[in-house]
Ligand binder design. Structure first.
Ligand code: ZN
Length: 237
């Protein structure tokens, strides 16, 4: 249960525009010291940069190992974006980049409705976080003022996620990707003596890789298995 084979998992994530945009948003485009130049048409920021923020917001609102959530790139216009959930769910949300908080609340309300639970979840309290823009930077804030994180960082900062082995494995997999860790080919989580343990098969047994695997899994321990993994054999007929 919950075991992820690396190649299959990457393939499953490949269509997720939001997945790529998390990486883009980690550059924190809103945190530039100098504001982007105002363009002749009056647009304060390039539209593509704004859509990267929209995608990062949607990625933060997505549950770890569930259905696809992302923006339908071909269905949006200058005033709205279409949120795709699963195969068939499509919901148009107005977007006004002068009022990003309004978009954050609308996208949050829609996805909380789709999931039947508040997202994104406040790690210490379990209630919904609130989308705010502070000094030009969008962030998720605990209403009690006890937790916050920049948009685009929710999954990284809220580790470990709620849920079962599949949720842990999916998020752990993305944590390794963000750290540029290669050299593993399967991972999973299992219960041992009442607590979760990460199990990772790697090859070669590189101490630097093992150290990063351990750091990324904390507070859970990691059991590393030396396994060269599946090999391809030429079939001669
Ligand atoms: Zn809270």
């Amino acid at each position: 249960m919950g075991r992820v084979r690396r190649r299959a998992h990457d393939a499953r994530l490949a269509p997720g525009v939001a997945e790529r945009m998390v990486t883009a948003a980690m550059a924190n485009p809103f945190r530039e010291k100098q504001p982007p130049p105002r363009r002749p048409g009056g647009a304060a920021r390039p539209a593509v940069l704004m859509l990267a923020v929209v995608d990062a917001i949607l990625a933060d609102l997505r549950l770890p190992d569930a259905m696809f959530v992302g923006r339908r790139a071909e269905s949006g216009d200058a005033y709205s974006v279409v949120i795709q959930t699963g195969e068939d769910g499509r919901h148009r949300v107005p977007v006004n980049f002068d009022s990003l908080e309004t978009f954050m609340a609308a996208a949050q309300a829609h996805l909380s409705d789709v999931y039947g639970r508040p997202v994104p979840r406040c790690p210490p309290h379990g209630h919904a976080l609130v989308g705010r823009v502070r000094d030009g930077a969008p962030e998720w804030v605990c209403p009690a003022g006890e937790w916050r994180c920049p948009v685009g960082d929710y999954e990284e900062r809220s580790w470990p996620p709620e849920g079962g082995a599949g949720d842990l494995a999916a998020v752990y997999c993305r944590r390794l990707a963000r750290r540029g860790i290669k050299g593993w080919h399967t991972l999973g989580f299992s219960r041992r003596d009442g607590r979760w343990v990460a199990e990772v098969a790697i090859w070669p047994m590189d101490p630097a890789v093992i150290a990063t695997l351990t750091q990324a899994a904390a507070p859970f321990p990691v059991v590393v298995e030396a396994d060269p993994g599946p090999r391809l054999h030429r079939i001669v007929v």
